[in-house]
Design a protein around this ligand. Structure first.
Ligand code: SF4
Length: 510
C-alpha cells in the first residue's frame, strides 16, 4: 500500500484531528515511530510525522490523523423582521457565534466514511424551527461517477460517440446533442477503473478539475478542441463562443416570420439539423406568401423544413459550408421572379446575407435594408449567452449508506419518498428515479473547490443527508453518534471555514 509522505500544506487551515468526541479509534491508527495509518480510503497511507498522505487530504499532525482542509460551514443570517438574508462576506472567518438553524455543516473537509462500517464523520442534530433534524455528513469516495457537460453552441464538435481525449487519454465521449447545445459525457466507472492506470488517473484528475470549476482543455477525436470551464463560455478551437442559437432553423422561421413579412420574398435559415424555408413553411403560408421557386438541398421533412442540407462542420449554422449559396439546389424558372428579395441567415444571426435575384434569376448580394437588419439583430438579441454547464453525477446508493444507517435500504427508501433531503456541499441535487441513489448536482451551486480525489482512483465529494430526528431513529440510524450542532461549532472554533450561503439554493434544513 502507498506510503506517500508529502509535507502538509501550511497555507491552509487544518481541520482539527478527526479524534473529535471519541472518534480517534474510528479514524486512523497510530503505529511505531510516530507513523499514523490513514484508513479513510483503500490506499491506507502510512503517514510520517508532519507529513500528508497521497491525496493531500489527511496529515499526521502531532501524532494524530487530521483532515488538512478546513471543515466548511454554511452561514446565513436573519434580517430584522425575520426575513432570511445571505451571510455577509463570502468565505469570511467564522466568528464563533452559535446560530442554530442558520449554520449548516457541509461535508466539505468533514472526512470520509470509508471503510463504511463506521458511522459518518458527523451526524449533526440541529433544531430548525419546531423540528429537530439530523444531518449525516460525509465526504464520500465515488468510483461510479462522472460529469455531464452541456455546451451552448451550434458548432459541430465531432461525431456523436466520438472519444474525448485529455492528455492523450480517452476519458469520455460526445453524447446526444440537446436543443442548441452539444453534450459531453466524461468519466464513469469504465474510464476510472476499466482502462490503463494512466487513463484512470487522467480521468479522475479531469473530473476533479471540472467539478472544481477549473478550465480543462478537451479534444474530440476527429473534431475540435474545447476549453471547458463551468460557468464560462466554451472556447472552441481557440474561439470563444458568444451566443446560443435562438432555436432550430424551423423555429427561427416560426418566431420571426411575421416580422420579415413584406420586407423579403424568401428567408432561408441555415441549420445543421433543420433548415427552414419561409415561403414553404406553414408560418409563411399562413401569412399568404407566394412560393419563391428556390429549392434547397437536403431531405424535405415537412413543408419548409429540410434535414441534412450540408454536412456538419464549423461553417454556417453548424454545417460545413462557408458559401450559403452552395445549399441552393435549384431555382425554378417558372416560379422565381427577377427582383425577388432573399435573406439567408443562421440561427444566431452571426452570419447573414441579403440578395436580390437578377434577370437570370441568380442571387446577387445587396446591402441589407434596415427593416431586414432589425430582424436579424433581433435573432442575435434573442440568443442567450453561451455557457458551459458541468453537472456531477454519482451513485450514492452503495456502501456509504452504512455510514448513515444499519439498514441501508431504509435510507434509499427515505430519499425516494423525499423524507430525506440530499445535498452536496449544501447545494440541492436531483435524485434520479429508479433504484439506488443516483444524484446529479450543478457544481456552480456548490462552494468552490468542494471536490478531491484518492489515488485508487476515485473522486471525493461532499454529501449530506438531512431528515427529522425521529425518522432517523426509525430508519436504524446511528443515533449514539448524534452530536449537537453547537458542540461541533464549539470544538472547531476558528479552524472551521465559514462560507456564504448562496441564496439561489434552498436552505438545506428548510
Ligand atoms: S490517499 Fe487515502 S489513505 Fe492516503 S491519506 Fe488520502 S484518504 Fe488517507
Amino acid at each position: 500500500m502507498a506510503t506517500e509522505t508529502n509535507k502538509p500544506s501550511t497555507d491552509k487551515k487544518s481541520s482539527k484531528s478527526t479524534g473529535f468526541s471519541g472518534m480517534t479509534e474510528r479514524f486512523g491508527a497510530r503505529e511505531k515511530d510516530g507513523i499514523v495509518r490513514c484508513d479513510a480510503c483503500p490506499v491506507l497511507c502510512r503517514i510520517r510525522p508532519e507529513r500528508s498522505g497521497a491525496c493531500g487530504r489527511y496529515a499526521n499532525v502531532e501524532g494524530e490523523l487530521a483532515r488538512v482542509d478546513p471543515l466548511v460551514l454554511l452561514e446565513k443570517s436573519r434580517a430584522p423582521g425575520g426575513g432570511v438574508v445571505p451571510f455577509e462576506g463570502a468565505a469570511a472567518e467564522w466568528n464563533g457565534t452559535l446560530v442554530q438553524q442558520e449554520t449548516f455543516v457541509t461535508a466539505i473537509g468533514a472526512g470520509t466514511t470509508y471503510p463504511d462500517y463506521k458511522p459518518a464523520p458527523f451526524i449533526v442534530a440541529t433544531q430548525y424551527n419546531d423540528l429537530e433534524t439530523v444531518t449525516v455528513v460525509s465526504e464520500s469516495i465515488f468510483s461510479y461517477c462522472g460529469v455531464k457537460i452541456k455546451l451552448d453552441t451550434d458548432k459541430h464538435l465531432g461525431a456523436e460517440q466520438a472519444d474525448i481525449l485529455c492528455d492523450g487519454q480517452r476519458i469520455g465521449h460526445v453524447t446526444t446533442g440537446e436543443y442548441g447545445s452539444q453534450m459531453l459525457s466524461i468519466g464513469g466507472v469504465n474510464h476510472l477503473t476499466g482502462g490503463s492506470k494512466r487513463e484512470g488517473k487522467v480521468t479522475c484528475n479531469t473530473i476533479m478539475a471540472l467539478c472544481n470549476r477549473q478550465p480543462v482543455e478537451l479534444v474530440v477525436a476527429g473534431g475540435c478542441s474545447v476549453l471547458v470551464q463551468a460557468g464560462h463560455a466554451p472556447v472552441i478551437d481557440g474561439v470563444t463562443e458568444q451566443r446560443m442559437r435562438v432555436g432550430c432553423g424551423s423555429a427561427t422561421i416560426g418566431i420571426f416570420a411575421k416580422q420579415w413579412h413584406g420586407h423579403v420574398d424568401e428567408v432561408i435559415v441555415i441549420d445543421e439539423h433543420i433548415t427552414g424555408v419561409l415561403s414553404e413553411h406553414q408560418a409563411g403560408r399562413c401569412l399568404g406568401m407566394e412560393p419563391s421557386g428556390i429549392r434547397v438541398c437536403g431531405r424535405r421533412s415537412t413543408p419548409g423544413r429540410y434535414f441534412s442540407v450540408a454536412n456538419s462542420g464549423q461553417g454556417w449554422g453548424g454545417t460545413d459550408i462557408s458559401d450559403p449559396f452552395s445549399i441552393i439546389e435549384s431555382i425554378d424558372n417558372d416560379v422565381a421572379r427577377p427582383g425577388s428579395r432573399l435573406l439567408m441567415t443562421t440561427t444566431t444571426g452571426d452570419e447573414s446575407i441579403y440578395c436580390v435575384l437578377d434577370d437570370s434569376l441568380q442571387p446577387v448580394e445587396t446591402a441589407m435594408p434596415n427593416a431586414v437588419q432589425i430582424v436579424v439583430d433581433r435573432i442575435r438579441e434573442n440568443c442567450e449567452p453561451s455557457l458551459c454547464s458541468v453537472l456531477f453525477v454519482a451513485g450514492a446508493g452503495g456502501s456509504l449508506r452504512a455510514g448513515v444507517t444499519e439498514n441501508p435500504v431504509s435510507l434509499t427508501r427515505s430519499v425516494k419518498e423525499t423524507l430525506t433531503r440530499v445535498t452536496m456541499g449544501g447545494a440541492p441535487v436531483y435524485v434520479w428515479p429508479g433504484g439506488g441513489i443516483t444524484v446529479m448536482v450543478d457544481v456552480t451551486r456548490m462552494p468552490a473547490s468542494s471536490f478531491g480525489y484518492v489515488p485508487t482512483p476515485a473522486i471525493v465529494a461532499p454529501i449530506e443527508f438531512t431528515l427529522p430526528r425521529d425518522q432517523y431513529a426509525a430508519m436504524g440510524g446511528h443515533v449514539d453518534y448524534i452530536q449537537p450542532l453547537e458542540e461541533i461549532c464549539d470544538y472547531y472554533g476558528d479552524s472551521a471555514q465559514s462560507s456564504s450561503w448562496d441564496p439561489k439554493n434552498p436552505w438545506p434544513l428548510k
